[in-house]
Design a protein around this ligand. Structure first.
Ligand SMILES: O=C(O)C(=O)C[C@]1(C(=O)O)C=C[C@@H](O)C=C1
Length: 274
């Protein structure tokens, strides 16, 4: 039985995604209060793996996860796409007209920016959508509402004041399954790598990208994060639509290394659409 961690409390999107993804496997679940704590639990070997959000189709990349991958030097073994619907959730005696403040985790708030602005709501942040809903329930406040899932409204006996409040009806979050050690099958279809340039010169990123394009390797995701050493210096996460074992990938990695850049492979995996 594998031990799997995700962001709690009960009723988060992470929980829904985890239970769907691992439904056929024998799993012992562990909940943590923040995305960083979830990743740390894998690093400390308190659990075997975890499932965390990495990007959203409206709000973009979730830096807490990207930075956690760097900090704890973890491995990605799968990714999955999950449909997200966000709702304005209040106490049963609350009405939409009573609301002046919304509460949620930053990525969920960022998925509803236009809606929040159009109502001139104030914003308060929590560590998860479910934590926001739990706060609404426990505080019994009528003028605040959580932005969270339908499941959480049902689980905590709260009222949906307005449904589908995200800025686009089509809304997907990509989650990754993360473990401490590399367990991945290098035959899988995508590969995530971290490239640290050996020095900064004009066009360093474009020279790296040209290597992939000249070998006809499509890129599915790219993110730059600061090295933390000097302003304007970055490391690049690059996800390719090619397996680690593809000849063209072997070649690309060799050429990049010949330039003196460091290449660290975080995993090879295939996407699951839930
Ligand atoms: O707070 C939750 O319910 C989560 O599982 C986190 C999270 C995120 O941080 O992106 C996951 C999916 C949705 O995009 C909204 C929130």
């Amino acid at each position: 039985m594998s031990k799997v961690a995700y962001l709690g409390p009960k009723g988060t999107f992470s929980e829904e995604a985890a239970q769907k993804f691992f439904e056929d496997k024998s799993t012992e679940w562990f909940m943590f209060e923040s995305i960083q704590d979830v990743l740390e639990a894998v690093s400390n070997e308190e659990v075997d793996k975890c499932i965390v959000p990495i990007e959203n189709s409206i709000a973009g990349n979730i830096h807490m996860t990207v930075d956690g991958l760097l900090l704890y030097n973890l491995n990605i073994e799968a990714d999955l796409i999950f449909t997200v619907s966000l709702h304005l959730i209040g106490n049963t005696e609350s009405d939409i007209g009573d609301i002046d403040t919304v509460i949620s985790i930053a990525p969920a708030i960022n998925q509803c920016r236009q809606y929040i602005k159009s109502h001139a709501f104030k914003v308060e942040y929590t560590d998860s959508t479910a934590k926001a809903a739990l706060f609404i329930k426990e505080s019994n406040i009528l003028r605040k509402a959580a932005i969270a899932s339908k499941t959480v409204a049902q689980e905590y006996g709260l009222k949906i004041l307005q449904s589908e409040v995200q800025d686009n009806t089509i809304n997907h979050t990509r989650f990754i399954v993360v473990s401490k050690n590399s367990t991945t099958d290098i035959e899988q279809k995508k590969t995530m790598m971290l490239i640290t340039p050996n020095n900064e010169f004009p066009g360093v990123l474009s020279s790296i990208l040209n290597i992939f394009s000249s070998l006809a390797i499509n890129l599915s995701w790219i993110e730059s994060r600061p090295t933390g050493k000097k302003l304007g210096t970055y490391r690049f996460f690059i996800e390719t639509e090619a397996a680690r074992s593809d000849q063209s990938m072997e070649k690309a990695i060799k050429i990049i290394q010949t330039f003196g850049h460091e290449v660290h492979i975080l995993g090879s995996y295939a996407t699951t659409i839930l």
